[in-house]
Design a protein around this ligand. Structure first.
Ligand code: FE2
Length: 211
């Protein structure tokens, strides 16, 4: 983990925040990420319901999904706000990339000893070609797969000031079958969206202000 990110993790650990406290911190630090975390939690629970998970598992899934990107508290605001212009050369330095790649591990460290939430944070970008590469793909759980699908979909369709969003069909197509449960979770999300065509708009506009 880059030194700056490590310092921020240590500061957060010293704060001893509850889940609520961590969420409030993110809401203040980077509202766009906070709203993305909330939308991802909603999509995750809808997928979980579609897969007939029991209520107590839905509760854990919701909590983990809500905090899946909490490791981004260790990234600088400047990096979180960096514009990405499609078709233009990336402005990310090697250090920037290392910091971005460290946020799943940072989230894990922040959320432990809540093992379920920490595991989701650690694995939500893990694919065959994903990261972090130093955690075994075969340890990815159904919860992590659900959040990975919800996270990918919202990252592509949620509000972004710096790019146009792709068609939802393209976003779904981009969710590949790269782990045990991903295809099943992607199919569940596709079914939910076809039955509720206004859901994405409702979430992106409804969760655009503090509530
Ligand atoms: Fe992430």
């Amino acid at each position: 983990m880059p030194f700056r990110a490590l310092q921020r993790v240590l500061r957060l650990l010293q704060g001893g925040d509850s889940s609520e406290g961590l969420l409030r911190r993110m809401e203040e630090y980077h509202p766009e990420t906070y709203l993305h975390m909330r939308r991802t939690a909603v999509y995750s629970v809808l997928i979980g319901m579609r897969l007939s998970l029991p209520q107590e598992e839905l509760d854990s899934l919701y909590q983990g999904a809500l905090l899946h990107d909490i490791g981004k508290l260790t990234l600088s605001k400047e990096l979180l706000n960096r514009k990405v212009d499609p078709g233009q050369p990336s402005t990310l330095t090697q250090n920037d990339i290392a910091e971005i790649l460290s946020h799943p591990h940072a989230g894990y460290d922040i959320l432990m000893p809540d093992e379920e939430a920490a595991h989701i944070a650690l694995y939500h970008h893990r694919r065959k070609d994903g990261y972090p590469a130093d955690v075994p793909l075969e340890d990815m759980t159904l919860f992590a797969d659900i959040v990975a699908v919800a996270d990918t979909y919202d990252a592509m369709t949620g509000k972004r000031t710096y790019r146009t969003t792709p068609p939802r069909s393209a976003a779904l197509a981009a969710i590949q079958d790269t782990s045990r449960h991903l295809e099943r979770c992607g199919r569940a999300l596709a079914d939910i969206l076809s039955e509720n065509p206004l859901l994405t708009d409702a979430l992106t506009s409804g969760l655009s202000s503090r509530s």
